[in-house]
Write a protein that binds this ligand. Structure first.
Ligand SMILES: [Zn+2]
Length: 129
């Protein structure tokens, strides 16, 4: 009969699996990337914790702790550096598209009450079409 793993054991397993999957996606035995974590302790000021990892000297530990309250962090995802860079580039394009929309609205003398979803979700590089 197997026992139910503790929350701490489950978090460690989830981090180990996330790291292994990211190494697999990267095609390398060591990960260069980011681990996104979350502190769910109610009394803690920290929320998201992003750890940049480079596993040249050894594997990333599966038990990761909050720098503010020292409790075990909850994993939210593991990304390869290529994935991190893709997200950064996509977010940069989106940011520019939103700025262009706002500037066009200002030039037309329109009050900006919000940004349409079609602009927020537009990840195309402006000026290439
Ligand atoms: Zn914390």
């Amino acid at each position: 009969m197997s026992r139910v793993p503790s929350a701490a054991e489950s978090r460690r397993a989830e981090i180990r699996e996330g790291l292994a999957a990211a190494r697999e996606r990267s095609g390398h035995t060591v990960l260069i990337g980011e681990v996104e974590l979350y502190c769910d302790h109610q009394g803690c000021v920290a929320r998201n914790v992003t750890m940049v990892v480079k596993e040249y000297e050894g594997a990333t530990p599966a038990a990761l702790y909050c720098p503010a309250c020292r409790r075990q962090l909850k994993p939210h995802g593991v990304r390869t550096m290529s994935e991190v860079n893709d997200i950064f580039d996509r977010d940069a394009r989106t940011s520019v598209n939103i700025q262009i929309y706002k500037e066009r609205q200002r030039r037309l003398g329109r009050e900006i009450l919000g940004v349409p979803g079609s602009v927020i979700c537009d990840t195309r590089l402006p000026g290439l079409e």
